[in-house]
Design a protein around this ligand. Sequence first.
Ligand code: ZN
Length: 280
Amino acid sequence: MAAAMDGPSPPVTRFAPSPNGRLHMGHALSAIVAHDLAAAGGGRFLLRIEDIDGPRSRPELAEEFRADLAWLGLAFEEVPAQSTRLATYAAAAASLRARGLLYPCTCTRREIEEAGARPGLEGLIYPGTCKRRPPDPDRPAAWRLDANKALAETGPLVWEDALAGRQAVDLAGLGDVVLVRKDLPASYHLAVTLDDAADGVTLVTRGADLFAASHIHRTLQSLLGLPVPRWHHHPLLLGPDGEKLAKRRGSPALAERRAAGEDGAMLAQQLRLQQLSLGT
Ligand SMILES: [Zn+2]
């Protein structure tokens, strides 16, 4: 796999799984891409456990993930899990809130659907209902980023994907996304952006299904004064039916393959070859 960076410093990449389900082939590919890009540039490959999803989080899976990576032949450095960083998330949310960039939203998913929300790049585009009414203090609220206010503050932004090239930030297909969930101190967008900055990640690697999220993350980096990494969104592994392999029913977990005596290093090599044929 070719090195994707042209800067002088060795890249820092990371693999950041959530311990609410076992790792499958798609995860293995993401880990391999991150590992190999770091290795090719003489950099560091980090493991971060994204464990703030309260009741869905199963701590024993973190140990399984470490064993899975070792089985694939990927040496890693582990950095603090998300659950150690709740104060950082709260401080960032408070700062954005104080600047009037967030507003509370008490809508349920159903209410959003019934309000005639249009499909966007990441599910439905929030129709802005709560922007136009006072918050109901009796209902739990999420906090959404006001995309128009954010853009007014940041001005035009760009970000760089190693495969897709230079991208102009465009939030139109995403709308006002949730940054603080009703049940958690941060959404994926806020947590991952702060974590990557805290961990010194300079090359964010992940599947192409998360490409659109980078428009939000680049915006948050600007709003919060965080360093701007480069990105590498890799093609997803697809099954013969064209379905995302990670989601395929019946596809065995890495831990099951490992327990069955399969050779992890050989599997990793096969994934690398398949990925090369996809043009990475
Ligand atoms: Zn709402």
